[in-house]
Ligand binder design. Structure first.
Ligand SMILES: CC(C)(COP(=O)(O)OP(=O)(O)OC[C@H]1O[C@@H](n2cnc3c(N)ncnc32)[C@H](O)[C@@H]1OP(=O)(O)O)[C@@H](O)C(=O)NCCC(=O)NCCS
Length: 155
């Protein structure tokens, strides 16, 4: 039975290993495994500390972390025109479940993160989906072609 819970600082090592698994399966890494896991683990420990701008949740199967999702709150400048503009943004990223644990865990992680966004007065959530995951996000109310503009400075 997979459990979803808030990530703790002590999860950083396992979460950086999962991050390596996710990204190195997509593209050839340009950094060695150990160096990456150390760098990423340090970043995650910092961001999961008090004052960090990210929040994360993990999927746990029999005490082993098998998935994660991260949300960063993006600050916007206060706006005197209440309700007409989204003032509280969030960026959702790094939704990943290890292959052997897939089949429902991804949905549960996503829903947990979105429940947190709703409970914390987030007005909009943005993300860049992988091709295969688009249906997952569409099924949770995400749409394409909103009013966001994007400039690709580097590909
Ligand atoms: C995306 C992911 C977290 C979903 O986890 P899961 O437990 O398989 O998800 P669920 O069973 O709850 O939901 C199934 C949906 O996940 C998505 N999905 C399934 N396999 C996927 C894969 N290999 N890669 C990306 N998305 C996938 C599809 O949208 C699928 O819905 P559909 O079958 O109706 O098209 C998981 O497949 C994964 O880690 N994929 C690789 C990483 C990735 O692409 N993450 C998204 C980054 S934006």
């Amino acid at each position: 039975m997979i459990e979803i819970r808030t990530a703790a600082i002590t999860d950083a090592g396992a979460l950086s290993e999962l991050r390596w698994e996710f990204r190195s399966a997509q593209d050839p890494p340009t950094e060695a495994h150990d160096a990456f896991v150390r760098r990423c683990g340090e970043w995650m420990r910092r961001e999961l500390s008090i004052g960090g701008s990210w929040k994360a949740w993990v999927a746990v199967d029999q005490a082993v972390i098998v998935g994660q999702v991260w949300v960063q709150t993006v600050q916007k400048i206060p706006n005197p025109v209440a309700d007409s503009e989204a003032e509280h943004l969030a960026y959702l990223s790094n939704l990943y479940v290890t292959a052997s644990a897939r089949g429902g865990a991804g949905t549960r992680l996503l829903e947990t993160a979105l429940d947190w966004c709703r409970a914390n007065r987030i007005d909009r959530v943005v993300l860049w989906p992988s091709k295969r995951s688009v249906t997952l996000y569409l099924g949770h109310g995400f749409s394409r072609g909103g009013d966001v503009m994007e400039l690709k400075i580097r590909r």
